[in-house]
Design a protein around this ligand. Structure first.
Ligand SMILES: [Zn+2]
Length: 242
């Protein structure tokens, strides 16, 4: 499988890679920084330069054990080296919204013991579904207040690889039924220091301060014990980032 550079360095914006295979629709590389859609996070976009010209990458999907970069333009050649960039503004928006959702996961669990049933990330908003019977105005503000305190605290966000046994011993922190922990020898965990840890394959900011202030833009009932929050983010002030 293609080496997935975004898993260990989500801030990497430029790539050089070798074409392993190509069709009229997509190209497979030996390594990539392009995130393939999955886990509620949309795919990256960007471009790659080949000898035959520039191709725009419009979608990236993991399928049949391959990471397929769908392109428009003249197909690159097998074996040639391509160089290119991801659309960083789009990716960074996905990173900030993804980390915001993990903060909210931690908040609803700490406050009400709620577990997550679904989530979706966009570049300008995100939503999260969780199990909770009663969600009133007071509870919504408790969730948002706790989440924003985690943003203000500027907690470190990091990814680590642990053995399945280690993940089992962390199952309380990652809140997954040990039976649901994937049967793989090594698992990736994204941790918000001292607050939350989850099995995750997405890209995140390095510090919760980069998320910016979280506001709730929509509250929805999705069934008796299933609630949905949609959130939007304020751009963090430059002072927070320095
Ligand atoms: Zn996630």
């Amino acid at each position: 499988l293609t080496e997935q550079l975004y898993l260990t360095d989500s801030y990497r914006k430029e790539l050089t890679a070798i074409v392993e295979s190509v069709t009229e629709a997509y190209v497979v590389l030996d390594r990539t920084i392009f995130y393939p859609r999955g886990g509620g996070q949309p795919s990256d976009r960007g471009y790659l330069n080949s000898k035959r010209g520039r191709v725009e990458i419009t979608d990236v999907q993991k399928e049949a054990g391959e990471i397929r970069h769908f392109f428009t333009g003249a197909a690159p050649l097998v074996g040639e080296e391509l160089s290119g960039m991801i659309d960083w503004e789009l990716r960074y928006a996905h990173m900030r919204h993804h980390t915001a959702l993990h903060i909210l996961c931690g908040a609803v669990y700490r406050l009400f013991g709620s577990t997550i049933t679904g989530s979706q990330i966009y570049s300008d908003r995100a939503r999260i579904d969780f199990r909770l019977e009663d969600l009133d105005r007071d509870r919504v503000s408790k969730i948002v207040d706790l989440a924003n305190s985690v943003v203000r605290e500027g907690r470190e966000v990091s990814q680590m690889y642990v053995s399945r046994e280690e993940a089992m011993s962390m199952s309380e922190l990652i809140r997954v039924d040990p039976k649901l922990i994937p049967d793989e020898p090594v698992l990736r965990i994204v941790e918000i220091k001292g607050f939350d840890a989850q099995l995750d394959g997405g890209t995140h900011v390095a510090n919760t301060a980069e998320v910016g202030k979280i506001s709730v833009s929509k509250v929805q009932n999705k069934g008796k014990s299933n609630k949905r929050l949609e959130i939007v983010l304020e751009r963090p002030s430059i002072n927070t980032l320095l």
